[in-house]
Design a protein around this ligand. Structure first.
Ligand SMILES: [Zn+2]
Ligand SMILES: [Zn+2]
Length: 350
């Protein structure tokens, strides 16, 4: 009987998989299917949590009639959170292969136009959006047999480093500092942070800012929904026992989400201010270029203000702008203990 049930379940699952792959070929991949299910679950969870008070809270409905801006603002936050989720989910984390392709295209374009005009070509003249830092690119085009990408990346490592040491053993591309191969995406990611199962994508240089804003909006939505629940429980309007119980259950689950989101938001804010990634923080002792650097020294940090500016506003320069490994002298400079004069001159900020 048990074996029969197992076989029946397996057959049903296989039939479902076959139908999925026939009607929607993208669902033949189990990873994509689970990401799709998670996305549907997230939307449903949001609709249930927000919709419950909007349907059952007569006090809120009355308030919405008197002060429509209040509910309009809440709905705006609700929609923008979901939109932010999908934008982050479908955004590129900055794959090394894309950067490599962009460098090669930019180099080819530079070579073809520099002969005619002796000036670097403007990215506006071509359909390909070239986002490589021009100074880095020009430096990489100095004489030699190596490809522009190899020259560009090897310049970011200390002199004498071997290309072999920094070549990914899975996708065979040359990794710039801070890049890592993601086994879920099967690609190397620039400034790899982590692979987010909830979003179904990697978080890296290209979408870390969007990810931060998503957690921020989600936390705000969680707080506001929690306030609506508490107001509903406090209101004198009579409610059925099951409505009362359901609100307490939803409020409890919302509180757990809130604690998790708040910790995540604080953690990522700390990473932004110190210019680190989750991977670098967690695996610090196992990453070759971070080994031997004192714990309290953040090798890629340029000061709190600059880190914050680069993270939020520095969209003009380059998505693929890569940071070189700091020299021993820079590390030594950063390792110096703080003096009163450093505190007065805000050494940590600039
Ligand atoms: Zn790789
Ligand atoms: Zn990934």
């Amino acid at each position: 009987m048990g074996a029969h049930c197992v076989n029946l379940c397996r057959d049903t699952r296989d039939r479902f998989s076959d139908r999925c792959s026939r009607f929607a070929p993208c669902f033949s991949d189990p990873a994509r299917r689970s990401t799709f299910c998670l996305r549907v679950m997230l939307v449903v969870l949001h609709l249930v949590n927000a919709g419950f008070v909007l349907v059952f809270d007569r006090g809120l409905i009355e308030k919405a009639r008197k002060e429509p801006w209040y509910i309009a603002l809440y709905l705006l936050l609700f929609i923008s959170t979901l939109v932010q989720y999908f934008i982050t989910s479908y955004s590129s984390p900055g794959y090394v292969l894309d950067a490599m392709r962009a460098v090669d295209e930019a180099a080819a374009l530079y070579n073809s136009t520099s002969g005619a005009s002796k000036q670097p070509a403007s990215s506006k003249n071509v359909s390909v959006v070239i986002t490589i830092d021009r100074k880095q690119l020009e430096q990489s085009l100095l004489d030699g047999n190596a490809t522009p990408w190899t020259k560009l990346v090897m310049d970011l490592y200390p002199p004498g480093s071997s290309v072999r040491n920094w070549t990914c053993s899975y996708c065979h591309c040359l990794q710039p500092p801070r890049a890592k191969h993601c086994h879920d995406c099967d690609k190397c990611v620039l400034e790899y942070d982590h692979h987010c199962v909830w979003l179904g994508t990697c978080i890296g240089k290209g979408n870390h800012c969007r990810f931060w804003w998503y957690i921020f909006e989600e936390t705000c939505l969680c707080i506001w929904t929690g306030i609506l629940y508490i107001q509903f429980l406090k209101s004198s309007i009579s409610k059925a026992w099951w409505v009362y119980g359901l609100v307490i259950l939803l409020l409890a689950s919302l509180s757990i989400f809130f604690v998790f989101l708040l910790l995540l938001l604080l953690f990522h804010s700390y990473l932004v201010l110190t210019n680190q990634s989750t991977y670098e923080l967690v695996r610090r002792r196992r990453i070759p270029y971070l080994r031997g650097i004192p714990e309290r020294v953040f090798p890629f940090s340029r000061g709190v203000c600059r880190n914050l500016y680069n993270f939020c506003c520095d969209r003009s320069s380059s998505m693929y702008k890569m940071q070189p490994l700091p020299t021993a002298m820079e590390i030594e400079e950063k390792s110096k203990p703080y003096t009163c004069a450093d505190v007065m001159s805000c050494r940590c900020c600039c």
